[in-house]
Design a protein around this ligand. Sequence first.
Ligand code: PLP
Length: 346
Amino acid sequence: MREVDLRSDTVTHPTPEMREAMAAAEVGDDVFGDDPTLNRLEAMAAERLGKEAAVFVASGTMGNLVSILSHAQRGDEIIIGDRSHIFRSEAGGASALGGVAYNTIRNDDRGLLDPDEVEAAIKPANVHYTRTAMIGLENTHNAAGGAVLTVEDTRAVAEVARRHEIPLHLDGARIFNASVALETPVSELAADADSVTFCLSKGLSCPIGSIICGGNEFIQEARRWRKVVGGSMRQVGIIAAAGIVALDSMVERLAEDHANARKLANGLAQIPGISIEPDKLPTNLVFFEITDGDPAGLARKINERGIKGGSPMRRWRFVTHYGITSGDIDYALDVMDSVMRENAAS
Ligand SMILES: *Cc1c(COP(=O)(O)O)cnc(C)c1O
């Protein structure tokens, strides 16, 4: 049976070219700074993002955590969106491990923060208050359907941050998707952020890893906090080799994922029992509502026909990625259409 895994772009496997590069990678002990392949990847990443330095971490969650721990101290707070990945999907790490409080403000339906609301949320210097130690944005915004933040969107919040001398962190897990969708270099999208993280392990198809980029001093601090959370590793070149291939050859092809996402969204919009507003500028995340029938039962039915994805909730997310072809989208739409029609008839 055909299998189409639409659960996430994290299911991507390393490409044959990555496997070769990994097998051949020159390695050393990264805790001594001796791994030439990782050093090369970090230098490439820093240059690509337009920052002075970069540090490799095990995951996007670790990247955000280490960034927060490097910006904030115990008893400080960070201002982030109420639908941000940091707030909703990282197990409260900054508070559990760093004693850092979350001050959430409203994410609009594009995942933006209103600069005035950010400014109003910043605490004045006063012994009663927590110190605001970081402001966080997310690009693309996961919960907002992979929506992209433009350079201007980020700048509007950065201006507030700068005025109050508070660092701006950008959770750019999928910033390369934003860059391809907007046809804007990642360095421009990251220019106003003091720190930025991105994932190699999602649409870029690497097996493992994320990277934090920022100024020299900040990255030095991040290396220390990475050690604190047990994230310093040894012959990392084995996985860094895949990252080099990704930055060299897996970025431009994200446009294919976006085209497939658009085709999927337009197709889903034609199917009864599904509510979706196809995004005019899609990336690779397609969110929609099951308005008719039992979502858990429907998910089981599509799973039986090889479509991995769906959930017991009404809001579903399908993700396009390397390995999903235009033909797979046709198949997925066929299955969704027949399952939803059977559902409507029963
Ligand atoms: C996936 C994701 C992360 C975390 O990445 P992991 O590697 O899964 O820990 C962080 N932020 C956003 C917006 C994400 O989508």
